[in-house]
Design a protein around this ligand. Sequence first.
Ligand code: FPP
Ligand code: MG
Ligand code: MG
Length: 381
Amino acid sequence: DPNAPISVDPFRTVAKEMKFLTSNIRQLLGSGHPTLDTVAKYYTQSEGKYVRPMLVLLMSRATALTPKLPRDMSVYSVNRPITSSEILSDNNPSAPEYTSLNAISQDVAFQSEDSDILPSQRRLAEITELIHTASLLHDDVIDHSVSRRSAPSANVEFGNKMAVLAGDFLLGRASVALARLRDPEVTELLATVIANLVEGEFMQLKNTARDEKNPVWTEDTVSYYLQKTYLKSASLISKSCRAAAILGQSTPEVVEAAYLYGKNLGLAFQLVDDMLDYTISGEELGKPAGADLELGLATAPLLFAWKDNKSLGKLVGRKFSGEGDVLRAREIVSESTGLEQTRALAQEYVDKAIQAIAAFPESDAKNGLMEMCTKVMKRRN
Ligand code: FPP
Ligand code: MG
Ligand code: MG
């Protein structure tokens, strides 16, 4: 019965794997330079939601039970264990900056027992969180954010230069860990994600396709927003779900299902995010609320409101920079069905995500993936 209540806590399903996540990530970020070490690890101090790693772990476990490629059909030597001579070949163990890299490979070897989740899939979970955290470090600089995860943001604590460099450092270390998975297709996917994040951010800065001073609402307005949303938010989730299935030697059908699950959940996740920016207090969010309009950004709730109230066009055109624009826009949105329409669209995507994995065999991990969909719709931070 697909409508039966699911009583599985997605976090519990992969709790054992999640326990190592933060310490492994901190190990990946070790630097011989004390200041860089501190800034790079800053956002690992306050516990994030770990949505992406959790999805990777759940997808890894759920696809462990689905059809697999015959070993000799795999194009690349996927999951080839890293030998100890390789660990030492490119590293000088006595140089402090390499210590953490040795730790990477030892960890992968150490965790390889006693789980249906492969060491490479666990590492992938950590890599997704590194890329996400790097994007937050850069995002907080771009957005002039003052708080993140209920603490001062890194740019406030250490300044813009250090926040940017720390983000770059995270991407570098994520790339090293990615290369060590020895899977060119997975490397390509995650490298594409990094490019997609930047493309999404650019589309957002431009706001409309032609960035006119007097934009007109068209159906393109919404499709541009959805394309931006895919690049900025759903790309990482969808491609890391895809990569998890690839590392598990899944068949093309399963790989595609994993991707579609991540894509639709990712779109829903960001739609809800854009809704919360209007409806939840900053205290509950752990970051400033109502930030999008202040940044000149027209997200889904406003775009839907704009369709019925064309006077919003002028405000969108000047990025809400006029006297009282932000307040006026907020008023129009709250009197419109923009928030309801945003929620309804998020629900549509969530339904598609559940549909994508419907053929997976029943398991706690599959139920966990479905529960993540429910949680996305219910979340308040
Ligand atoms: C948070 O969005 C930001 C992102 C999801 C991605 C931002 C991407 C970049 C800054 C491009 C550079 C990325 C890399 C990896 C170098 P938000 O500002 O809407 O959310 P917030 O309210 O949490 O700040
Ligand atoms: Mg931001
Ligand atoms: Mg931003």
